[in-house]
Design a binder for this molecule. Structure first.
Ligand code: PEP
Ligand code: MN
Length: 370
């Protein structure tokens, strides 16, 4: 299946149209004063799109579920008074109808909605024939196809002012992030759909204020097209996502401190140095492949030995030994290599070894060293 999305370049429709595209505002709209105060400060910082959740899909009942439809007019009015477009989350077809009736300029589909294709389709059907920008957050689960599926459903209904928003993925393991960024997933999205603008939502990835800046900078280093950041006039009193909303002043400092990277080198000399360094890497990669091949040959020989003596392939002690010794050895070679990376690398190598040995056990036709 040929992959393509019909995307209308944001340069032609984004208000103010300067990169990186910025969306900021509170997690949830709480009162006319709250949204208006924050809008005023954000407009001064150059933000042209004001966010505010009206319906908040919360994990547990009993939390603030959003102010509901009456907040739409407050959001719209804060936008109008401060020269900004406004955006909110729609999680159902009624949300779409009410948002459109209130003159909301753009909508986004949240992470909890994008996991459910039936729900996405209900929203798409309600948007049929409407030419407003629609942003699609990644689904909670690290499932790229689900994310693409939601974008395709919208596209099939004629919506071309599309953007994806990376807000991190739910993980059962504890990590320093609220939602693990899993950067290779949005990078693969961008590789497959280069024309699709991708924003990053560092607030929901970080979960805590201090990490929002570093995550936002990483996104810009990776060539993201823009950012969606939660800003509240008094975050400690916010009714949702208290820990991850910035005060407008900190938001302004964060934006001013961000470094926007160039897409490519504009100096011929630097470009030539890049080429030279890359060609040296190409040579090393070739050596890495040769080494992997030699390692697998030995593994297959061990497979043949195990087969001959009827011994099981998986040897827990050996695997424990590798898991323990390789990270500390790696640290001696280069202290900058992270333990996580080395463990992942050897897990992959070990998995492939086991796979190859299984083949040796079951068939005869793999070459082994004689
Ligand atoms: C939000 O932006 O406030 C929100 C609920 O987002 P997500 O769908 O990413 O959790
Ligand atoms: Mn939020």
């Amino acid at each position: 299946m040929a992959e393509a999305l019909q995307v209308n370049s944001p340069e032609s429709w984004w208000p103010g149209s300067s990169r990186p595209f910025l969306i900021a505002g509170p997690c949830g709209v709480e009162s006319p004063e709250q949204i208006n105060t924050v809008a005023k400060d954000l407009a001064v910082s150059g933000v042209s799109v004001l966010r505010g959740g009206i319906w908040k899909p919360r994990t547990r009942p009993g939390s603030f579920q959003g102010i509901g439809a009456e907040g739409l007019a407050w959001l719209k009015s804060a936008g109008l008074q401060n020269g900004m477009k406004v955006i909110t989350e729609v999680a159902d077809s009624e949300h779409v109808e009410q948002s459109l009736a209130a003159g909301i300029d753009m909508v986004w589909l949240g992470a909890r909605t994008v996991v459910n294709p039936f729900q996405v389709q209900r929203i798409v059907d309600a948007l049929q024939g409407v030419d407003i920008p629609v942003l699609v957050k990644n689904p909670l689960t690290p499932d790229l196809e689900l994310w693409i599926g939601a974008l395709e459903r919208l596209n099939n209904a004629g919506i071309t002012k599309l953007m994806a928003v990376h807000r991190g993925f739910t993980a059962y393991e504890r990590s320093r992030y609220r939602n693990a960024p899993n950067w290779p997933i949005p990078i693969e999205l961008k590789r497959r759909f280069p024309e699709l603008p991708v924003l990053c939502d560092p607030s929901h990835i970080a979960g805590v204020r201090e990490m929002i800046g570093p995550v936002a900078q990483t996104a810009l280093d990776l060539n993201y097209d823009g950012l969606m950041i939660e800003v509240h006039p008094d975050p400690d009193k916010a009714l949702s996502d208290r820990g991850q909303q910035l005060v407008p002043d900190d938001f302004r400092k964060l934006i001013q401190g961000l470094l926007v990277r160039n897409k490519s080198f504009d100096s011929v000399i630097a470009a030539a140095s890049l080429e030279e360094l890359r060609s040296r890497i190409d040579v090393l990669d070739h050596e890495v492949l040769q080494l992997l091949f030699k390692r697998m040959l030995l593994s297959r020989e061990i497979g043949a030995l195990k087969k001959e003596h009827n011994v099981s392939i998986y040897q827990l002690e050996r695997w424990n030994d590798i898991l323990q010794s390789r990270p500390s050895e790696a640290n001696g070679v280069d202290p900058l290599l992270t333990r996580d990376f080395i463990i992942k690398l050897f897990e992959l190598i070990h998995e492939e070894s086991i796979h190859q040995q299984t083949q040796v056990m079951h068939k005869q036709d793999l070459p082994v060293i004689k």
